[in-house]
Design a protein around this ligand. Structure first.
Ligand code: SAM
Length: 242
């Protein structure tokens, strides 16, 4: 398995931010889209984490379940109000099963890239398809990574006081990069590094076809703006047709 377990330190501070994907406006927009796609049916989040989205989606009246590899992340979810409404199965989103079938399966905030081989990413699509009702929807939110091969230097993607974040493109053939975060916390430099496998829209569409899924929409963001050459992420919506 390419995944690493997200540990207790990461889990304990995961929800501390209120910016980027943790901005309440972004969370609301995300939940709006997911609730509309669920069409009154049930939803399953792969790599559900601490319930950043699963909990507000459940509060909207959608029955939500989740698969999560890290018991530390799942324990954070379990502590939050409303967690009892969400069934979480501890396991690998490539293979784990949740009882029942779902109108919507989704994997967001780049979690598909955390499995770092093509075979595992194909397995994520196949596992999503296995959990869907006929005509059900699989949604993937993932960053568009544009590597700078041969530069030998990391590509900085975030730089504010006390936090520098950059990617290094360690295996351009396997499409495996690593995100490094250097933060100053209580006067100490804390460094973390997470490998990820980036993938192109066309590669994702092929993974989907292998699983019997057909592309319905591709947006640049949760506001449903069209995806284009300058887009920094994609939200791809597939329908089970096979
Ligand atoms: C970026 S967080 C996203 C959490 C949540 N989906 C969100 O949007 O806030 C990635 C999550 O993926 C989980 N994860 C990593 N590998 C996994 C795997 N193979 N199967 C299931 N979950 C996995 C991590 O433990 C972590 O909770």
């Amino acid at each position: 398995m390419g995944s690493i377990i997200w540990g207790p330190e990461v889990a304990a501070t995961y929800d501390d931010s209120t910016s980027g994907p943790f901005d309440p406006t972004v969370i609301n927009e995300t939940v709006d889209v997911l609730a509309a796609l669920a069409q009154g049916g049930s939803a399953l989040e792969f790599a559900v984490g601490t319930g950043r989205i699963a909990l507000p989606l459940s509060r909207r009246g959608v029955r939500v379940a989740g698969i999560e590899l890290s018991p530390h992340m799942a324990a954070q979810l379990a502590k939050k109000p409303g967690a009892e409404a969400i069934e979480v199965v501890l396991g690998d989103m490539c293979t784990a099963s949740v009882p029942g079938s779902f109108r919507l399966v989704y994997v967001i905030y780049n979690a598909i890239t955390i499995v770092t081989t093509q075979d595992e990413q194909v397995a994520v699509f196949a596992n999503a398809a296995r959990h869907l009702e006929p005509g059900g929807i699989f949604l993937v939110e993932v960053v568009i990574t544009r590597p700078t091969p041969g530069s030998g230097i990391g590509q900085v993607f975030y730089h504010v006081k006390d936090h520098l974040a950059f990617d290094t493109f360690d295996d351009p053939v396997g499409q495996v990069a690593c995100s490094h975060h250097w933060r100053v916390i209580d006067g100490q430099v804390v460094r973390t590094s997470t490998p990820f496998r980036y993938l192109w829209p066309s590669e994702m569409d092929l993974m989907a076809r292998l699983a019997g899924l057909t592309l319905r929409e591709r947006w640049a963001d949760w506001d449903r703006t069209s995806f284009g050459p300058e887009s920094t992420k994609q939200i791809a919506v597939y329908e089970l047709t096979g």
